[in-house]
Ligand binder design. Structure first.
Ligand code: PGA
Length: 250
């Protein structure tokens, strides 16, 4: 069962569970690919979108979608990890999105967390996004602290691509991927708020009861740097896709 509602600029889609969320997310992106096969896209890692990416990969194998011409930009990166480190977010994107969807490597732009000058890497990334006219499609998860990518609170809506310090919440939340909090890098590079909020279509995926409170603050609360995702209320064409556990009658 699916409920659809529009609240200010946000389209809300509420589905029963994670499987339904993954299918609905795949439907959403499949439509975007059909409309523009070479769309410029930024796509999150994290646990939430993985089911959607698996569903997309299966549809590709069945010949239902042709995502190989998408032009992909990396959303965020830990600072200082070697490019061949399994834990580098780019390599997670490679395993979960680039390879299963057959995206041509020449059409992928990294956010180079291992660059000798990471600030210069951020500027180069910003320039590359602007050269292609910005993002057509943005697929985001919702951080437990309201972050988008690694735009940690506080993040202003005009914050550019930059090097950031991770907040304690993000370190706790990512400890599961690192075998403990102590191992989690303290700094990261993130695609800027300015670029994300200017995307022509955005999908925010939210699953699980532990996201209920922050989802409430993101869509109903004041727009504030303390909840970077709250600025999505001001962006155009944003779809919030949540399961019932996250929604709980919001
Ligand atoms: P998650 O991460 O999908 O693993 O919950 C979301 C995020 O931190 O942005």
């Amino acid at each position: 069962m699916r409920e659809v509602e529009t609240r200010e600029s946000l389209n809300l889609i509420i589905v029963d569970d994670y499987e339904a969320l993954s299918r609905a997310g795949a439907d959403w992106l499949a439509e975007g690919i059909r409309a523009k096969p070479d769309a410029v896209i930024v796509a999150a890692t994290g646990t939430t979108p993985m089911g959607m990416y698996i569903e997309l990969a299966q549809r590709r194998l069945r010949g239902l979608i042709e995502p190989s011409r998408l032009r992909l930009f990396q959303l965020d990166a830990y600072l200082g990890l070697a490019s061949d480190d399994r834990r580098a977010l780019f390599n997670w994107t490679r395993r979960s999105f680039i390879e299963p969807l057959g995206i041509v490597e020449a059409n992928v732009v990294r956010l180079a967390g291992d660059a000798p000058d990471p600030w210069e890497a951020c500027r180069a990334y910003d320039a590359a996004v602007r050269r292609v006219g910005g993002f057509d499609i943005s697929i985001l998860g919702l951080g437990p602290n309201g972050h988008l990518g690694f735009n940690e609170p506080p993040s202003a809506p005009d914050a550019p691509t930059r090097v950031v310090e991770l907040t304690p919440e993000s370190i706790v939340s990512n400890a599961r991927y690192w075998g403990g909090q102590e191992q989690v890098p303290r700094q990261a590079l993130t695609c800027g708020m300015d670029l994300l909020l200017a995307a022509r279509r955005t999908l925010l995926l939210v699953s699980g009861a532990h996201k209920h409170e922050i989802l409430h603050r993101a869509i109903n609360g004041p727009q504030t740097p303390e909840v970077p995702a709250s600025y999505l209320q001001l962006a155009s064409n944003v779809t919030v896709l949540a399961d019932r556990a996250a929604w709980q009658g919001l």
